[in-house]
Design a protein around this ligand. Structure first.
Ligand SMILES: O=c1ccn([C@@H]2O[C@H](COP(=O)(O)O)[C@@H](O)[C@H]2O)c(=O)[nH]1
Length: 230
């Protein structure tokens, strides 16, 4: 059984009951759990506290992106829920990221603070429409800024992992959504990689949602992916 589980299961469920039913079937040694915007909006901080109380490391994936004071207060509130990881958007800029970092300084339970670079659903064409360069340029730029601002790591595609490990160092955590086992539909994800290839490229954590939660047997799928990483 994995001691430091690499898989963060995205609990993108429509209600707390479905999320708790999933959590009942898995153990904290098999996976960490990610609560994102859909579930948090419907179930709120109470559900996060329930998952933490059950012994799970929880990644609160709310991707804060606002003025520095607002983001600082939001990450502090997240820390007080007992979450293991929380994130902000790197494109919120230096002042915002530094305010978030400083806000956590005196927290007794300090979560990992991670910055989103470029969403894994985005490709070069979508970035160009926003007047931004391709992922191969924009992701390293934002990752380097996140490192300078004292972030613990970034959300990126595993496709960028080799470059980012060289640029930002081994300790800088790479959290990678857009994970698709071979043969599984990409859906709305653009920059994808298989679990095995992502780990080999240097990803520290694999965020996996639908390939597990919407599979015929979610527990068996989780176990199979864990086994493929061992
Ligand atoms: O760049 C990003 C940042 C966050 N996500 C989140 O990860 C999961 C992925 O779910 P899948 O079902 O495996 O596609 C989802 O909760 C996203 O909000 C991301 O995909 N990309």
């Amino acid at each position: 059984m994995a001691h430091d589980p690499k898989i963060l299961v995205a609990l993108d469920f429509q209600d707390a009951a479905a999320a708790l039913a999933f959590a009942e079937r898995v153990s904290p040694s098999q996976c960490r759990l990610k609560v994102g915007k859909e579930l948090f909006t419907v179930a709120g901080p109470q559900l996060v506290e329930q998952l933490v109380a059950r012994g799970f490391d929880v990644f609160l994936d709310l991707k804060f992106h606002d003025i520095p004071n607002t983001v600082a207060q939001a990450v502090k509130a997240a820390a007080r829920l007992g979450v293991w990881m929380v994130n902000v958007h790197a494109s919120g800029g230096r002042k915002m990221m530094e305010a978030a970092r400083d806000a956590l300084q005196d927290e007794p339970r300090k979560p990992l603070l991670i910055a989103v670079t470029v969403l894994t659903s985005m490709d070069g064409a979508q970035l160009a429409e926003l007047g931004l360069p391709e992922p191969a340029v924009q992701v390293p730029l934002l990752a380097r800024l996140a490192l300078d601002c004292g972030m613990d790591g970034v959300v990126c595609s595993a496709q960028e992992a080799v470059v980012l490990k060289k640029l930002c160092g081994a300790d800088f955590k790479l959290v990678t959504p857009g994970i698709r086992p071979a043969g599984v539909d990409a859906g709305d994800q653009s920059r994808i990689m298989t679990p095995e290839a992502a780990m080999a490229a240097g990803a520290d954590y694999l965020v996996i949602g639908r390939p597990i939660t919407q599979s015929a047997d979610p527990l068996a799928t989780l176990q199979a992916i864990n086994a493929s990483l061992a």
